[in-house]
Design a protein around this ligand. Sequence first.
Ligand SMILES: NC(=O)CC[C@H](N)C(=O)O
Length: 228
Amino acid sequence: MKFAVIVFPGSNCDIDMYHAIQDELGEEVSYVSHTDTDLSAFDGVLLPGGFSHGDYLRSGAIARFAPIMTAVKEAAQSGKPVLGVCNGFQILLETGLLPGAMKQNRDLKFMCRPTKLRVETNHTMFTSLYEVGEQITIPIAHGEGNYDCDEQTLQAMKQHNQIVFRYVGDNPNGSKDDIAGVINKQGNVLGMMPHPERAVSNLLGSEDGLRLFQSILKHWREKHVITS
Ligand SMILES: NC(=O)CC[C@H](N)C(=O)O
């Protein structure tokens, strides 16, 4: 499986994402610049964390206009897995590929620490290797992670099982309904504030994030690799 890691000016988790795929998942991965326009050679698209365009205006508000975003939308439409982590999630929200919006953290502070998440569904290509209700440890690092949406959107997301991760116990940023990650209706675009790529080996403090990437790979293999 071949992954693209999109690099924006100000991305700072692109190398971690690359490492997670190449060294821990053991799959092919390339950096793709925000100025590129073609993702047809890739099976999966990863939007990493960081401070694209300095987080000016709002996080992700400028990156959404990058030339590569047309190709990201095409990839999403074609059913390829698209994962946005932290700033990547913010960009997906600004692009409209996911419902809702991001506000500054409740306490107006940048938070950087491990968080406990509950896996709310394993009926997705990103979470099939987790148990429903399983609690996992994944770190956060953000100033604008206070996810918000209107009541109608929240109800629709609940109805379609689109809330994939919730913070357990302590909600670090004040997000609505303790939301830490949501998926689109089609089920192939996931955005999450916590960083699974920073939790891919015990050396990093947790390997709970690795199964997310392994789930993507499993789904892709089931679809594309013929075994007899
Ligand atoms: N690690 C990150 O992606 C940082 C996200 C973001 N720009 C924020 O501080 O909200």
